[in-house]
Structures are given as C-alpha cells and as structure tokens.
Design a protein around this ligand. Structure first.
Ligand SMILES: [Zn+2]
Length: 64
C-alpha cells in the first residue's frame, strides 16, 4: 500500500481531505506543501481506490 510520508520526519502521514497530518511529529499542512513525489503517490492512491471500486468479476470465467 502506498504511504504518503511527512516532509518533516519521513513518517507515514494521515490524509484528511486536502490536508495531511503526521502522527509522529505532529506536523500538518495542505497536500500542496508535500514533495512532488509524495503528491504523485497521492494521485496513485486515489486512482487505485477508484479502480478498486469497480467490480472485476467478469474475468476468470471458470470452465470453458
Ligand atoms: Zn512528521
């Protein structure tokens, strides 16, 4: 699972809406203040969640 890391201490942060919160050092801020690489991960996370919501049971037909 992709983790967004705190730019301050490098610990995984909790993302709340447009903000992130670090449980380790207590730092927080807008997502826009994260490193570009972390923001890219965030896009991956959102994309992954959207994809996970899709039912993908039409593949793997048993038999045939
Ligand atoms: Zn931190």
């Amino acid at each position: 699972m992709t983790k967004i890391r705190c730019p301050h201490c490098g610990s995984p942060v909790t993302v709340r809406g447009r903000w992130w919160e670090c449980g380790w050092c207590g730092d927080c801020g807008q997502l826009g203040s994260l490193h570009p690489s972390e923001r890219a991960k965030l896009n991956d996370l959102r994309g992954g969640q959207a994809a996970a919501e899709k039912p993908e049971d039409r593949e793997e037909q048993p038999g045939t």
